[in-house]
Write a protein that binds this ligand. Sequence first.
Ligand code: PAF
Length: 279
Amino acid sequence: MQHTAGIKEVRVLLSAHNDKKIALVPTMGYLHEGHTALIEEAKKHADLVAVSIFVNPLQFGPQEDYDSYPRDLERDLNICREHGVDIVFHPEVNEMYPEEMEFNLGIKSMANILDGVKRPGHFEGVVTVVSKLFNIIQPDFAVFGEKDRQQLMIIERYVDNFNVPVEIIGVPTKREESGLAKSSRNVNLSESEFIEAGEINAALLNAAEQIKNGTVNTDKVMSFIRLHIEQKTSGTVDDLAIYTARALQFVENIDQDVIIFIAVQFKKARLIDNLYVSI
Ligand code: PAF
């Protein structure tokens, strides 16, 4: 496995593989099974797997956890090595943003909901860094987790809108036995929060069951989820919405496939999750 922090250097490494199909797994490091599932998926599609590790300051708000976001490059490199990654690109901030960006990528309605509202500028920051990574690595495929489903959908739309020649692959969320979605931020949960947080997935699964049993009123389903989280965890529901799976639109009564999105705030970690419910 080869690794570098330099843009020029990674281009040189990649130039030796012109004939190969490349899959990129963009990450912010502190890799866990969710990421290794992305790496394994990437291997199925391409001859060469590149992983990027970069905690992107542009996607964090001033009050968010940029500084406390967990980082451990040596550990990440070992995980990549163990999983047969070919090239790891792990730039520093100065390498990616040597000067303030003069341009920005604006997002319309898809960033007017959920984390686009809760975290102003977040998705613009994500799309900016993803766009830069696509230009640097020039992959044929890029693999993202469905845990960050709004992100995945925005990146899919970005690639469509700008005719970016990269095929986006989504990978189902990896979960702890309790159902808790694997996330780098889980290390910031206390022991008891880690256990309770399994209830996020349980609440969504119960809600899906209710929908399938005929409860179609969105407000009713959301109240049920809210109550479940309030009663069974010490976290607070920071965001909760049910949107149509195709257009991410609000529906009063659920009459088509929907996605339930949730964000729960614990003391030192804000966790997101979602569930696709097919009707
Ligand atoms: O999902 C993430 O880890 C990040 O948002 C991404 C896609 C690597 C961009 O920084």
